[in-house]
Design a protein around this ligand. Structure first.
Ligand SMILES: [Ca+2]
Length: 418
């Protein structure tokens, strides 16, 4: 009863005093934000909230330890501070203690991520994020393959799990492959978005691997099937050689046009190669896909150009192979040179040092030129992508990796898989 009262009080407080959307709109957040331990000690606040931005998107989550609360920002979000009932800033220290708390504290974040609770931290491990026994559309919905309708089946559950997490303690876990998992997103027109997430898979069936992870922006068509919102709004990872139980990061950029459908979802499906036919793909010991820190954020992209002679080039590692980088995302590459050359690699005059695998990395904040100085080996050599007479060799080559420093806008710029 005490818990119920705390929840009711919490909801009433939100309805009566909060003007923008709060975390409490999701029932599963109640325990975290208005937990039954709150209020039992006279030193504790009645309510501790995570405040959502004006799109109803949360920028982080709370953890509690020995009666103190810590506000944790999701990736691509920042913690602004704790605010009291009147909206006054109390502290920018992310950890607050129960002493002298007022009626409630709200943790406020700045975020542009369109995915609410992108790290699944407001769920508890084992909780069903999508409950397949309930046919209603839910915050996250499992579909029968690409049907727009929710899938009703006792095994069709999306779980919160603490077995693996990229950040925080929780990630989402999907067990049966082939289904579509989706959540609503509201996109702005004429905006470049970065769409990405961290993912991991496990399997107990020897030789089984995820072979296709298809994700992006979908809409229902007139046949009530989920289809790509438009060309380039989805992309796929196709591989049968991805390590088990290892987090992988993936993402791509997509630019919306003048109009955006109002029923867009972010969704993903995955397929597995299941050579052991004696094990059902529905078996709980079979292949499972974990997702964490799903991001759909407005972004900018920067041109990456190469300043080198033809004795050197670069191969992007986690950046685009088409000459651009996404704001805030590391751009990594290896430098390829003729044998026995140790190049000096720099960006905007700042020297870069390769890691043990020979990978250089930097975070672009503007259009960037990667300079590869091969010293004496550059003498008398034409610039990368040009012949000895300075004629452009890349202009009509659609497969060129990088836009040459002297090039115009000759490469495709949207959308590209990173
Ligand atoms: Ca998480």
């Amino acid at each position: 009863m005490k818990k119920l009262l705390a929840i009711l009080l919490c909801i009433l407080l939100v309805i009566s005093t909060v003007t923008s959307a709060y975390a409490i709109e999701y029932g599963n957040d109640v325990d975290i934000n208005c937990g039954d331990e709150l209020g039992e000690d006279s030193n504790e606040p009645t309510t501790v909230l995570i405040e959502a931005n004006n799109k109803g998107v949360l920028g982080g989550y709370l953890t509690k330890s020995d009666g103190s609360y810590t506000a944790n920002a999701y990736p691509k979000s920042t913690f602004d501070g704790w605010y009291d009932k009147t909206g006054a800033l109390i502290t920018t220290n992310p950890t607050v203690t129960p002493e002298a708390l007022g009626e409630y504290y709200a943790a406020r974040f700045t975020t542009e991520n369109l995915i609410n609770d992108s790290g699944f931290e407001n769920y508890t491990s084992g909780q069903k994020i999508y409950d397949g026994s309930n046919s209603a559309k839910q915050k996250w919905t499992v579909h029968n393959e690409t049907s727009a309708a929710p899938l009703t089946a006792s095994w069709a559950n999306l779980y919160a799990s603490d077995t693996y997490s990229k950040t925080g303690n929780i990630s989402s876990k999907m067990q049966p492959p082939w289904q579509l998992i989706s959540t609503d997103v509201k996109l702005a027109p004429n905006t470049l978005y970065y769409i990405g997430f961290d993912w991991l898979y496990t399997t107990k069936v020897a030789g089984t691997a995820i072979t296709n992870l298809n994700y992006g922006l979908f809409v229902p068509n007139s046949s009530n099937k989920m289809v790509a919102m438009e060309a380039g709004s989805t992309t796929s990872i196709t591989s049968n050689n991805i390590a088990v139980a290892t987090w992988n990061k993936t993402g791509f950029v997509f630019e919306t046009g003048d109009t955006v459908p109002n029923n867009v979802v972010f969704g993903y499906t995955y397929k597995v190669d299941n050579p052991d036919s004696s094990v059902s793909t529905d078996d709980e010991n079979n292949t499972q896909l974990y997702m964490d820190d799903i991001m759909i954020i407005p972004t900018e992209k920067f041109d990456i150009t190469l300043d080198a002679t033809n004795v050197a080039t670069i191969v992007p590692v986690n950046g685009s192979a088409n000459g651009f980088a996404v704001k805030g995302e590391p751009y990594s590459f290896t430098a390829i040179t003729e044998p026995d050359i140790t190049p000096a690699v720099s960006v905007a005059g700042e020297a870069l040092t390769a890691d043990e695998k020979g990978v250089y990395s930097f975070i672009p904040t503007a259009n960037s030129t990667i300079k590869i100085d091969c010293g004496a080996a550059d003498e008398g050599k034409p610039a990368h992508g040009k012949d000895y007479e300075g004629r452009d060799l890349t202009k009509y080559n659609a497969d060129v990796y990088l836009k040459n420093i002297w090039e115009g806008d000759t490469v495709t710029t949207k959308p590209q898989c990173l």
